[in-house]
Design a protein around this ligand. Structure first.
Ligand code: SF4
Ligand code: SF4
Ligand code: SF4
Length: 221
């Protein structure tokens, strides 16, 4: 199924929230200019794809972050808006999300959340998107920046290809990785292993890894 046709959980609500935020642009600043609304879209742990519900119910208790065995959840900082501050976001620098498929109860982060701010909808499908099932949880989509990629620079790197358990990353015609967005669920394993920011391999001007997961509404915009 093509990227445009594949159903994605959370995309509509996130976009709706973004439009709401634009409509309320007059409220963006208060006091000394502190941001109230999100400065950008954010990656959320499984069950946090309804942005309105998450912001309305998250207690900022950080229980989800503490329980994540992969270290894949970080707190949002004030730069991304006061409303978002200390809500959970996925941070693939230290780990990646395996959807807690090792436990019967599913994602530990959602299970420990006391308010349901992280709550998977009934019938949610975790893991592979290959079947195109309605309700598959998509956290984001991986994007490659060729200019920063070691493979593009002739260094024969393929770490992201080998890391993706969902076969969403392959080497293209010129041995630079390409992402099949229809197979990517945004787990972040590729970003986690990307070596482009390692000592001695950083491309001039690079500010992030060469493969990063971006929120769905950045893809759909
Ligand atoms: S599903 Fe599991 S691995 Fe993924 S963010 Fe939640 S606790 Fe971490
Ligand atoms: S491309 Fe990256 S984010 Fe997407 S499924 Fe593969 S490893 Fe996960
Ligand atoms: S791991 Fe990073 S540097 Fe290596 S091929 Fe993948 S995107 Fe390029």
């Amino acid at each position: 199924m093509s990227e445009s046709k594949r159903p994605r959980t959370g995309g509509f609500t996130r976009r709706t929230f973004a439009l709401g935020a634009l409509g309320a642009v007059g409220l963006v600043t208060v006091g000394a200019g502190a941001k109230v609304l999100p400065a950008r879209s954010l990656l959320r742990p499984p069950g946090g794809q309804d942005e309105v519900a998450l912001l309305g119910t998250c207690l900022h208790c950080e229980k989800c972050r503490e329980v994540c065995p992969q270290g894949a959840i970080g707190p949002v900082h004030v730069e991304d808006g006061l409303l978002n501050m200390r809500t959970p976001t996925l941070d693939f620098h230290g780990g990646w999300c395996d959807f807690c498929t090792d436990v019967d109860g599913g994602p530990r982060c959602a299970a420990v959340c006391p308010t349901g701010a992280l709550a998977l909808p009934a019938g949610a499908v975790l893991g592979s998107t290959a079947t195109g099932e309605t309700g598959t949880v998509i956290l984001g989509v991986a994007r490659v920046n060729r200019d920063w990629c070691l493979a593009q620079r002739g260094m024969k790197c393929r770490s992201c290809v080998d890391a993706c358990a969902f076969k969403a990353v392959t080497l293209g015609y010129d041995n630079v990785p390409v992402v099949d967005e229809a197979l990517c669920n945004g787990c972040g394993s590729c970003e986690n292993v990307c070596e482009s920011m390692s000592s001695g391999s950083i491309a001039p001007g690079a500010t992030d890894r060469a493969i990063v997961v971006v929120p769905l509404d950045e893809v759909e915009a």
